[in-house]
Design a protein around this ligand. Structure first.
Ligand code: BES
Ligand code: MN
Ligand code: ZN
Length: 488
């Protein structure tokens, strides 16, 4: 698969197996489609006269051997209302077109779908590459039948006008796409394969691929020595040993403080003794989506050789019920010294994160972002399109929100108001691990904020966005990586 960027390329000179041209609602031709129509003596408009296609989103019309064009195929892609078409809708159009061209005898696709955003060439390249990668992604390692060939089509992102060079963005986009795909691969693996040891091995493997990426694995005995009684309490019911995984990407001078990413890596969340109901419990294999996004973002940085230092810390555990499992009411001691009454063993993510967040302090990070599929309440509040952001520093929150808007991987801020903290009180310990039925995403973040007082910190609750249906999304790798690019 080979993607490229071409400026100053007239539509009728473009070479490849298939041309993508935008047509808006009511068959309003884009400028590129207009040129193709002229070059073909009106053939495009003549085809549209049949009325089989009207330019609506998700519609398309394949034409063959259009006179005056070099490509044998021309796919007219419905882009909806022209006034509403933007670089994110462009991404959707690229994805729809790529999906339609899958498994055809096509290797090179030349897209003019973003041609009219010549002043946003970088965003066109970013969204086109990410969407194309999304369309190509398949997770078929466990399918032994009817296995479709991987989609390898390369995308040429073309502009008729002379636009500013976006080849740097192309490299970044491919890095982000590779990081997202890696996160999806890890997340989609089922719990019987992807356990904490599997994640630790994946980390070591990643470490061998890049010279400036080093990996450290802390075993349960190491964590005991450090006093991580909270993280370890989650794992007591499991036969799989917990791991604390540290990924260190060194892209800048050694004396530059790293940005820390901390991921919730619950490889399967049954709820423990506070057992979850059975319906859709299989989806709790995705409860390491936060950890997967740390893996993916670190890989993306390494791929694009970003000049920044990043330390990724992943608390990897399996939450199971057993005779050795933590009971509701048990009191555990965190690495920070704070004692916690485990009132519900299904609120395990925060028990894992609090020790990982204390541990990461030793790297004297410039700032810390944790990423976690933390609360079902987040899906109630924000649904599945936007993740929740809570922070102890407004400037950091604003920077993250902005990076999300830039790349179209959106976050929305919820208040981390001190008054919510009273909901976390415990009769006999310093903190309870649940805050009751109201504002579950906020009280979970409040719990974490108790352990992040020493640094600038933001929390992303990705319970709604890390997967859709039964497939991992790779989010928020684009948001995190864009943020790291903006910081570098
Ligand atoms: N991993 C879940 C959160 C979750 C649930 C994410 C459903 C996506 C879909 C988390 O560990 C959990 O169980 N949270 C509890 C917290 C509660 C007990 C305070 C929840 O949200 O119900
Ligand atoms: Mn849980
Ligand atoms: Zn969980």
């Amino acid at each position: 698969m080979n993607n490229s960027f071409k400026s100053n390329l007239p539509v009728n000179q473009a070479e490849g197996d298939c041309l993508l041209l935008a047509v808006y609602a009511d068959n309003t031709l884009s400028a590129a489609a207009e040129v193709a129509n002229k070059a073909s003596n009106g053939a495009i408009k003549a085809f549209l006269e049949y009325g089989d296609f009207t330019g609506k989103t998700d519609e398309s019309l394949m034409l063959y051997d259009v006179a005056g064009l070099q490509c044998k195929r021309t796919l007219l892609v419905g882009c909806g209302d022209k006034a509403e078409f933007d670089v994110f809708k462009l991404g959707d159009a690229v994805k729809a077109a790529m999906s339609k061209l899958a498994n055809k005898n096509i290797e090179v696709i030349v897209s003019y779908l973003g041609d009219e955003f010549a002043d946003q060439a970088d965003a066109v390249v970013m969204q086109s590459i990410l969407s194309a990668a999304d369309a190509r992604y398949q997770f078929t390692v466990h399918k032994t039948e009817n296995n479709e060939a991987p989609l390898k089509q390369g995308l040429v992102i073309a502009f008729t006008a002379a636009v500013a060079d976006a080849s740097g963005t192309l490299v970044q986009a491919e890095g982000i796409a590779a990081g997202s795909a890696f996160a999806r691969d890890l997340s989609n693996q089922p719990g019987n394969i992807c356990h904490p040891t599997y994640l630790a091995e994946a980390a070591k493997d990643l470490g061998t691929q890049f010279e400036n990426l080093s990996v450290e694995i802390l075993e349960e005995a190491d964590m005991e020595t450090l006093g991580m009684g909270s993280l370890l309490s989650v794992s007591l019911g499991s036969d799989q040993p917990a791991k604390l995984i540290v990924l260190k990407y060194n892209g800048a001078a050694d004396d530059q403080a790293p940005i820390a990413l901390v991921g919730k890596g619950v490889t399967f969340d049954t709820g423990g003794i506070s057992l979850k109901p059975g319906l859709n419990m299989d989806e709790m294999k995705f409860d390491m989506g936060g950890a997967a996004s740390v893996f993916g973002s670190v890989k993306a940085c390494a791929e694009m050789k970003l000049a920044i230092n990043v330390v990724g810390v992943i608390g990897a555990v399996e939450n199971m019920p057993s005779a050795r499992a933590t009971r509701p009411g048990d009191i555990v001691k965190s690495m920070s010294g704070t004692t916690i009454e485990v009132l519900n063993t299904d609120a395990e993510g925060r028990l894992v994160l609090c020790d990982a967040l204390t541990y990461v302090g030793k790297y004297k990070p410039k700032l810390v972002i944790d990423i976690a599929t933390l609360t079902g309440a987040c899906i109630v509040a924000l649904g599945r399109d936007i993740c929740a952001l809570l922070a102890n520093d407004q400037e950091l929150a604003d920077d993250i929100l902005k990076s999300g808007r830039t790349i179209g991987d959106t976050a929305w801020q919820l208040p981390l108001h001190a008054s919510y903290k009273k909901l976390l009180k415990s009769a006999h310990a310093d903190l309870g691990n649940i805050g009751g039925p109201a504002a579950g995403t906020i009280t979970a973040a409040c719990f974490l904020s108790h352990f992040t007082k020493d640094y600038r910190w933001a929390h992303l609750d990705v319970a709604g966005t890390a997967w859709t249906g039964k497939d991992a999304t790779g989010r928020p790798v684009p948001l995190l990586t864009q943020f790291l690019i903006d910081q570098a």
